[in-house]
Design a protein. Structure first.
Length: 363
């Protein structure tokens, strides 16, 4: 095992931060050569050219949770799939779901002492079930499907054909007669709908749940931000500090020069929202939680919690709607920290080391 790979397995964030301090673009010797950049010009070059920087062979292919559907397609198929899927996930597409999300969130408003990761996992699972299926898929099946995503590597990477088969059968059963005004209903005519929905659920679950847990943790220490109008900035600042998609990867299809660095065909090319969001040249006091910074705008290609370009997160609007709905309970009640460990730990997605112990008292 190379030194870089050893560090990558144990502490990838520490490794990335160390190397980023030495150069804006740097190489890593992992199981294969990789080249990493984090400045806006790098992000724009990589994310703005989906024909050269391709998904096939990238890190998402390592986990069966993401190795399928739109996540794993490339142009020209990728563009066609996005054209089909995008309208259902735009703000207009999800407008009818918002009331349902609010109801689920209100039903799961924490009372008294609670652990934020556990609460967030439950409320996001229930909201996804409501948004996609009006709650018609067994909560226990969804819980089992999502559970490996909470475990450390290599658990999320292992094949689980029986579990995935059950999940796909359950999705297919709802698609036979989908409840009106659900995502299953609008996605039913889309090609490969069963797989697209299964992959979207996986892509949307722990990403949203971990963001929610961190946001609640910070809100507990920032009473001035516990108001509904402040939530968009609180959500942005949480996504900046802790981008669940902390690393993104592509495979380079031809020899190119990116931001002055030659990149050979076949190289694994990485961009890192985590590094970009902690770059002191872009974000003063980068490690400090300060939602008011968003009043000054955001640097182009310097804020990428949902990536950017044609592969930008399909579920970004839905994620924001779920986060807002669930955080309303934190705004409406008194919220206090009791202790815990919010240090980011990188697995498939970024998560707090935890636990995050809070107490909420309804007003
Ligand atoms: C806070 C929550 C979320 C975060 C931080 C997040 C982040 C991301 C990021 C960074 C990417 C791009 C990955 C790449 O480099 O290729 C992505 C893609 C994607 N996300 Fe999300 N996501 C979130 C929630 C969701 C939700 C709720 C859904 C759906 C229900 C979803 C579905 C997808 C899909 C399908 C893609 C692949 C898009 C494509 O390749 O064209 N995500 N997400």
């Amino acid at each position: 095992m190379t030194w870089d790979l050893w560090r990558w397995v144990r502490d990838p964030i520490g490794l990335l931060r160390e190397r980023a301090a030495t150069a804006p673009v740097f190489g890593l010797t992992l199981w294969r050569r990789a080249v990493v950049g984090y400045r806006p010009e790098w992000n724009r070059a990589i994310l703005g050219d989906t024909a050269t920087f391709r998904a096939a062979g990238s890190l998402s292919g390592l986990t069966p949770y993401l190795a399928g559907g739109v996540v794993h397609s490339d142009p020209p198929e990728h563009d066609a799939r996005r054209r089909e899927l995008n309208p259902h996930f735009h703000n207009r597409g999800i407008a009818t779901l918002v009331k349902r999300l609010d109801e689920v969130a209100a039903d799961h408003a924490p009372q008294g002492p609670f652990e934020a990761l556990e609460w967030a996992g439950t409320v996001v699972r229930r909201m996804l079930n409501a948004a996609f299926f009006q709650g018609q898929v067994s909560d226990d099946l969804l819980r089992r499907y999502f559970e490996p995503l909470h475990r450390p590597l290599p658990q999320p990477l292992l094949p689980r054909p029986v579990l995935f088969g059950r999940m796909e059968n359950a999705i297919a059963a709802v698609l036979q007669d989908p409840p009106a005004d659900t995502l299953a209903w609008s996605l039913a005519p889309v090609s490969g709908a069963v797989e697209e929905i299964r992959v979207a659920l996986a892509a949307g679950y722990d990403t949203t749940a971990h963001t929610l847990a961190w946001a609640a943790w910070h809100l507990a220490a920032a009473p001035a931000w516990r108001r509904e109008e402040g939530l968009p900035a609180v959500i942005d600042e949480t996504l900046r500090l802790y981008p669940a998609g902390w690393i993104g990867s592509r495979v380079c299809a031809r020899d190119v020069v990116v931001a002055g660095t030659p990149v050979r065909a076949g190289s694994l090319v990485l961009y890192s929202p985590f590094l970009t969001h902690h770059d002191p040249d872009l974000w003063p006091d980068a490690d400090v939680f300060r939602p008011d910074r968003f009043a000054e705008g955001r640097p182009a290609w310097g804020f990428l919690p949902f990536s950017a370009g044609r592969r930008t997160c399909l579920g970004a609007h839905l994620a924001r709607a779920m986060l807002r709905a669930a955080l309303m309970s934190c705004v409406e009640g008194a919220l206090e920290r009791r202790g815990g460990d919010p240090t980011p730990r990188a697995s498939l997605t970024l998560r707090p080391a935890g636990p995050l112990l809070l107490t909420r008292t309804a007003r």
